[in-house]
Design a protein around this ligand. Structure first.
Ligand code: FRU
Length: 490
């Protein structure tokens, strides 16, 4: 290992002011210093969750991309574990790019992309292996890169390996790729030992009527995962991926690059019986998710974490304290009515009922007093909206706040008064239901909102002001508050 790069990152962490920032989250993974992007190598080992992530400790000065490492017993309190993979080899000198973890007896194997830029603007891309037994020391495989070049017919944009063990014990790898004709796709490789790989072919969609044949110019961070159906218990195959260059389709797809999923049935290299491509999260910031590798993956619903950021949107207030971006909370995935559902899975302190529990509000604004002064909390509301013309929830202060306003079945999220420089307002059509179940996770400068027990997710960064923080619920017409609970995080 190149001690200089490791020590330089550790020094940057030691001198960091990030955690003194009032915007630094308490229960979301954020970088100890510098920039974080995609989650990487998520793994549950010996009862502890490990979240690795794309980590640029010297951001914005040097564009060196490491893997950072945080770990947690409860998915709520995260400890920074320092740099894990250091870009100190000839094949990853311009970045130890995204990848995933696979459990292998006493070891964890991490597959990632080595990125190397040429002076003429071109790049080499290769797939590499790092092994760890104690998750403190990470050894690069002497045979790296294991897959030194993309297969013929594809450009140098082949990256982000997701690796899993098949039922027959063989290893499979799914990679994001760009064809020579500059359309995006996913590639599949197979291996008997996880070291020697052969190219199986492109992932194809025989029942999709060509919908994915020219779907954007590059696919990043694809994952093929298995997700149980809530009603039947049957496991479905789901491709989660981020196609770059998709035109907005009316409502939705408003972020620079979208992230979505397709449900189907994986047979060899074919994803059969596919449904439509559906965005995972309708919020302003959400990208490059992956699920946690675990021993009991065939029994437990997968847990997904995403990057709550977008390419090209690093100019955020937190840079004054030397850090930028966070991951999402872990979300348990299931399929309900043919759609992917995401429910937050983190251990909150017991939720307590709020004063408005069981009340009816009529043309009224109430302050959810329990939240005063608390800037990290989970809030659960179940509302009867049958007789409400509109209702809204405001978080923050009078002059700097986030508004969630619902009228005629449409949600408008407005953060235009906050200190966030990108994307002020967004409209989302909500499913028509007489009751609205709302689970809201607010953590200093991050907000994740889930409607209908995870049927619709909306994530955003939300830089508010130092002014007293309140949560207000406003009703026009009659709004029934069937239940209201809050759990503050300390
Ligand atoms: C997605 C991505 C990946 C790449 C990584 C580099 O955000 O562009 O495709 O591996 O970030 O940091």
């Amino acid at each position: 290992m190149n001690e200089d790069l490791f020590a330089a990152a550790e020094n940057a962490i030691a001198g960091s002011l990030a955690t003194q920032d009032p915007d630094y989250p308490l229960f979301h993974v954020a970088p100890p210093v510098g920039r974080l992007n995609d989650p990487n190598g998520l793994v549950l080992r010996d009862g502890r969750y490990h979240a690795f992530y794309q980590f640029s400790p010297f951001h914005p000065h040097r564009k060196l991309v490491y893997w950072g490492h945080a770990s947690s017993d409860d998915l709520t309190h995260w400890r920074d574990d320092g740099p894990a993979i250091v870009p100190d080899s000839r094949y990853d000198a311009d970045g130890a790019y995204s990848g995933s973890a696979v459990l292998d007896g006493p070891d964890v194997r991490f597959y990632y992309t080595g990125n190397l830029r040429h002076p003429d603007g071109g790049r080499d891309t290769s797939q590499c292996l790092v092994t760890s037994t104690d998750l403190e020391r990470f050894d690069k495989h002497p045979g790296n890169p294991l897959i030194p070049v993309p297969p013929p017919g594809y450009t140098a944009h082949v990256r982000d390996p997701q690796v899993w063990r098949d039922a027959d014990g063989s290893y499979r790898m799914c990679l994001g790729a760009q064809r020579a004709n500059e359309t995006g796709c996913a590639l599949l490789y197979r291996s008997n030992d996880g070291i020697q790989w052969w190219f199986e072919g492109e992932l194809s969609f025989p029942d999709a009527q060509g919908a994915f044949d020219a779907f954007g110019y590059m696919w990043e961070c694809p994952s093929l995962i298995r997700v149980p159906d809530e009603a039947s218990g049957e496991w479905r195959d789901v491709l989660v991926f981020c196609p770059q260059g998709i035109a907005p389709l009316g409502e939705g797809f408003e972020n620079i690059f979208p992230c979505g999923s397709v449900i189907g049935r994986l047979v060899g290299t074919e994803l059969r019986d596919t449904g439509p491509f559906v965005e995972l999260d309708r919020g302003f910031e959400f990208y490059a998710p992956q699920v946690v590798a675990r021993q009991d993956a065939d029994r437990e619903p997968p847990l997904l974490l995403a990057w709550l950021g977008n390419a090209g949107e690093d100019d955020q207030p937190s840079l004054a304290h030397g850090w930028v971006h966070t991951l999402s909370v872990p979300r348990e995935l299931t399929v309900r009515d043919g759609r992917l559902v995401q429910r937050p899975r983190l251990e909150c302190p017991a939720r307590t009922s709020m004063q408005i529990n069981g009340r009816q509000l009529r043309n009224q604004r109430v302050e959810l007093v329990e939240a005063r002064g608390v800037r990290s909390f989970a809030l659960g509301l179940c509302l009867d909206v049958t007789e409400a013309q509109s209702w809204s929830l405001r978080l923050g202060a009078e002059d700097c706040h986030i508004d969630l306003a619902v009228a005629q079945g449409r949600l408008v999220v407005d953060r235009s008064t906050t200190r966030y420089p990108h994307g002020g307002r967004r409209t989302v059509t909500l499913p028509e239901t007489p009751t609205i179940e709302l689970d809201l996770y607010f953590d200093r400068s991050v907000l994740e909102v889930f409607f209908g027990r995870g049927a619709l997710a909306f994530s955003l960064r939300a830089y508010l002001s130092e002014a007293p923080f309140v949560v207000q619920l406003t009703a026009t017409g009659a709004l029934g508050v069937m239940s209201a609970t809050i759990s503050p995080f300390e």
